[in-house]
Design a protein around this ligand. Structure first.
Ligand code: ATP
Ligand code: MG
Length: 578
C-alpha cells in the first residue's frame, strides 16, 4: 500500500480534552475522530486494529466451540420488561421509540435477546451444552463518557452466552471462556490481572474481571502477594477486627460543639478514631423514581463505605440510591447532620457494618445538635436491620484469606465473565426438556470483551514519548518502508521489491512514498507505531537498507534480502510463534 495514495492526517498536538496519553495518541495518530461525547469514527488505521483485535477474539471463541451469530441492536422493550432490566438498568439504557410509539432499546448487552432466542430455538437436552457469541457495537448512555474509547457510549464488544444443564457443566463452560480470555489478552500483548469481581446489575453468582494494569485505569484492584488473592475493591471481602474486650461503660451524652466530622470529634474528645462510629445517610427510590426508603449506614470511623456492598445488601440497583438531604431525612427519622448515631432512629433502614458487632464503649452521634454519645455498645444500645460487611478493604488491611497485608493497584477492565445461573432462564421462562422428560431451566454464563477499550489499553501499555509501539499482533500494518527520496527511481524500485516480497509472505506493508521531508516521515512512523521500519535511502543502489524495530532504539544497515527475511521471521514468530 502506498501512503501517497491514502488518507493519513497526523497531528502534532491533541485537543486539550484528551487527558490520557493513550487518548492523545489515538487522535494524533489519526486512529479515531470524535463525533459526539463517547461516539467516534474509526479512521482507516484505527479500524484495521479494531479488526485485528476482533479477529483474535473470534479465533479464540471459535477454538473453544462458541458459535458466532449476529443479533440486532434494536431490542423490543418487552424482552427487557420480562427480565426486569427495563427498569433496573436505569438511564444507561438507550431507549428509543419506533414510528408507532413502540419502545425499544439499543442493546447494551444481550442476555434478554439470546435467552429469548434459545427459548424458541432449542428444546432438547440432546443439543446441550452450547454457546453463542457475536461481536457487536453496543450502546450505553454512560453518565460520564470519557477518556476516549475507555468509556464510550457506542463501543465494540464481544459478548458470548453459554447454556448448560447444571452448575457443574456451567463451571466447565466458564473455565473454557476463562482460558480463552487469557489467550486473547496474551495475544493482544497486554499485562493484566484476573481478579474476582462483583456481578453487578447483570446478576448471577460468580464473576472474574480481566484488568489491564494501568495507573489510569478506572478499576480499583486489591491483591495479596502471599496467597494470590485478587479481587476488585468493590468485591473484596474484609476481615473484621476483633473487638477489644472491655467492661461496658454507661451510655452518656457529651457536648461536642461544631464537631461535624469524625476527625473533629475524635480530636475534641481525644479518642482513637477506631473507637468512633461514622454514619452515612441515603435515600433509595422505587422503579417509578419515587423515594422509597431512608437508609442509615454505620461503620467504624476509620473505615470507608463500599457502595457496591451497600447496594447488594439493600438489593437496589446502583442508580436508585443517593445521599439523602439530611434536613428532610432528619424530620422523618431523627438523624441530625454531623451528629447522627444509631440510637433512637425511626422510619429508616439501619445498616450496620459487621465489624461493629461486639464493640463496646464507642463514640457515636447523639442525634442532637452539638452532641455525641460515649459508651455506645452494640447489642445493648443498638443493632441493625441489616448487619453485614459494607466496608472497603484498604491497602495494608489483612488479606481475608491469609491475613497478610494487601496491596492496591489500578486496571482497565478489558473483559468480564459471569456465571449467571438461572437468573435469566427463570425470569424469561427458558427451559429444555431433560432426559427424564422434565422441563428444566438452563444454567447460563455470559462473557464480555471490550474490543475498543482493549485497543486503548494496548496503547496505554505500549507507547513512548514519540508515539504508539504496537505489538505485531494488532498493529495496523506490520512493516513500514520509508522511502527517503521517492523521486529516486532506484529507491522506489527497492521499496517496491521489499513490499512485494513481504506481501507474498502475508506480511502487511505500507510504503511511505509521500513527498515529505524524511524527518516528517520518521516522526509519523513512530507516532503510528508500526513495529518494523525499513528505510530505503542513499544505499539503495548497493542493495542496502536500514532495518529498525519501533520498540528498539538502534538501527542497522543490512541487505534488502536480510531486511525482508528478518521482518518476515519477526512477524511469523510474534503472530504464530506461540
Ligand atoms: P464498567 O464497570 O467499566 O462500566 P461493565 O462492568 O459495565 O464495565 P460489562 O457489562 O462487563 O461492563 O461489559 C463487558 C466489557 O465491555 C467490559 O469488560 C469492558 O471491557 C467493555 N465496556 C463496558 N462498558 C464500556 C464502555 N462504556 N466503553 C467501552 N467499553 C466498555
Ligand atoms: Mg464489568
Amino acid at each position: 500500500m502506498k501512503l501517497s495514495k491514502k488518507h493519513l492526517k497526523t497531528l502534532k498536538e491533541a485537543p486539550n480534552e484528551a487527558q490520557l496519553v493513550s487518548h492523545q495518541l489515538m487522535i494524533r495518530a489519526n486512529l479515531i475522530k470524535k463525533e459526539a461525547a463517547g461516539i467516534y469514527t474509526y479512521m482507516p488505521m484505527g479500524y484495521r486494529t479494531v479488526r485485528k483485535i476482533s479477529q483474535i477474539v473470534r479465533e479464540e471463541m471459535d477454538k473453544i466451540g462458541t458459535q458466532e451469530l449476529y443479533m440486532p441492536h434494536a431490542n423490543p422493550a418487552e424482552l427487557w420488561k420480562e427480565s426486569g432490566r427495563w427498569y433496573a438498568y436505569g438511564p444507561e439504557l438507550w431507549r428509543i421509540k419506533d414510528r408507532n410509539g413502540r419502545d425499544f432499546c439499543l442493546a447494551p448487552t444481550c442476555e434478554e435477546m439470546i435467552t429469548d432466542l434459545v427459548k424458541n430455538e432449542v428444546s432438547s437436552y440432546k443439543e446441550l451444552p452450547f454457546a453463542f457469541y457475536h461481536i457487536q457495537w453496543k450502546f450505553r448512555d454512560e453518565a460520564r463518557p470519557r477518556y476516549g474509547l475507555m468509556r464510550g457510549r457506542e463501543f465494540l464488544m464481544k459478548d458470548a452466552y453459554s447454556f448448560d444443564k447444571d452448575p457443574e457443566t456451567l463451571h466447565e463452560a466458564y473455565m473454557a471462556q476463562y482460558h480463552a480470555y487469557e489467550e486473547i489478552f496474551d495475544r493482544c500483548g497486554l499485562t493484566y490481572r484476573v481478579v474476582e469481581a462483583d456481578n453487578g446489575p447483570i446478576g448471577g453468582s460468580n464473576s472474574h474481571e480481566f484488568s489491564a494494569l494501568s495507573d489510569v485505569g478506572e478499576s480499583d484492584l486489591v491483591y495479596c502477594e502471599n496467597c494470590g488473592m485478587a479481587a476488585t475493591v468493590e468485591r473484596a471481602e474484609c476481615r473484621d477486627d476483633v473487638p477489644v474486650q472491655e467492661e461496658m461503660e454507661e451510655l452518656r451524652a457529651v457536648f461536642t460543639p461544631g464537631t461535624k466530622t469524625i476527625a473533629d470529634v475524635c480530636d475534641y474528645l481525644k479518642i482513637d478514631v477506631k473507637k468512633s462510629i461514622k454514619a452515612l445517610m441515603f435515600v433509595t427510590y422505587d422503579i417509578e423514581l419515587n423515594p422509597a426508603d431512608y437508609v442509615c449506614v454505620f461503620i467504624r470511623g476509620d473505615r470507608e463505605l463500599n457502595m457496591i456492598k451497600l447496594v447488594n445488601a439493600l438489593d437496589v440497583p446502583e442508580h436508585y440510591i443517593e445521599f439523602a438531604d439530611e434536613e428532610e431525612m432528619g424530620a422523618e427519622t431523627g438523624i441530625v447532620g454531623g451528629f447522627t448515631g444509631p440510637i433512637g432512629l425511626k422510619n429508616c433502614i439501619t445498616v450496620v457494618d459487621s465489624e461493629l458487632v461486639g464493640t463496646v464503649n464507642m463514640c457515636a452521634g447523639a442525634n442532637q445538635e452539638d452532641h455525641h454519645m460515649l459508651g455506645v455498645c452494640y447489642g445493648r444500645d443498638y443493632t441493625g436491620d441489616i448487619v453485614t460487611d459494607v466496608k472497603v478493604l484498604a491497602e495494608g488491611d489483612p488479606c481475608p484469606h491469609c491475613g497478610q497485608p494487601v496491596k492496591h493497584t489500578k486496571g482497565i477492565e478489558v473483559g468480564q465473565i459471569f456465571k449467571l445461573g438461572t437468573k435469566y432462564s427463570e425470569s424469561m421462562n427458558c427451559t429444555f426438556k431433560d432426559e427424564d422428560g422434565q422441563d428444566k431451566f438452563y444454567w447460563m454464563g455470559c462473557y464480555g470483551v471490550g474490543v475498543t477499550r482493549t485497543m486503548q489499553a494496548i496503547i496505554d501499555q505500549h507507547n513512548d514519548k514519540d508515539g504508539i509501539i504496537w505489538p505485531v499482533s494488532v498493529a495496523p500494518y506490520h512493516v513500514i518502508v520509508t522511502v527517503i527520496n521517492p523521486k529516486d527511481i532506484v529507491q522506489m524500485a527497492v521499496a517496491e521489491e521489499i513490499e512485494a516480497a513481504l506481501e507474498k509472505q502475508g506480511v502487511e506493508v505500507i510504503v511511505d512514498d509521500r513527498d515529505e521531508r524524511p524527518g516528517v516521515k520518521f516522526k509519523d512512523a513512530d507516532l503510528i507505531g508500526i513495529p518494523v521500519r525499513i528505510t530505503v535511502g542513499k544505499f539503495a543502489a548497493e542493495g542496502k537498507v536500514e532495518y529498525k524495530l519501533r520498540r528498539e532504539s538502534n538501527h542497522e544497515l543490512v541487505t534488502k534480502e536480510e531486511a525482508i527475511d528478518r521482518a518476515n521471521a519477526l512477524v511469523k514468530a510474534e503472530i504464530y510463534g506461540k
